[in-house]
Design a protein around this ligand. Sequence first.
Ligand code: CA
Ligand code: CA
Length: 184
Amino acid sequence: MTTTFKNLSIAAVGAILLALGVGKAGLAAVITFDTLSPGEIVDDQYWDVGVDFNGNPSVLTAGEGLAPAYPPVSGNNLSYNYPSDAIRVDAVGSSWESAGAYVTGIQKVTLTAYDANNRVLGTTSTSGSNYLNSGTGLPPNIFLRIIASDIAYVKFMAEKQLSGNSFTLDDFTFEPKRVACPPH
Ligand SMILES: [Ca+2]
Ligand SMILES: [Ca+2]
């Protein structure tokens, strides 16, 4: 985390993105899932802030079904790939300059970013199982992030396509593309 990449926590649906200064990369926002209900499907609740979740991920809540080996980063909620297998997140209105999230998986999890023509812009992975005490030595909540121009959507996928329920995701973080200042 550098001084040019600051996170603004979105506490509620419909929160406003704030510019952090001209000439800096700062226009980042974080989706914590903490205002959603246990078991709720994450879909278009964040449309107003430029994010559309797809593939039917749902909300897990600490103390209400979330296994302690998969701790949330923020609050009590996170999302997970159930009933879906992959979690897809689309940019709404403006493409992104970066996108990522904290991931905990029963196996290796890969984040891939695509442009509007479905071209792969970048990919990054956890190196293996990273739930608490998984035996790999990897900590829970590894931050996977892609930086690229014009990200249209990203996908989080488990290494082997299971039938869902194989990884969690919290604090989805994205930076909308900056609009260039018009010439004087
Ligand atoms: Ca959707
Ligand atoms: Ca959270």
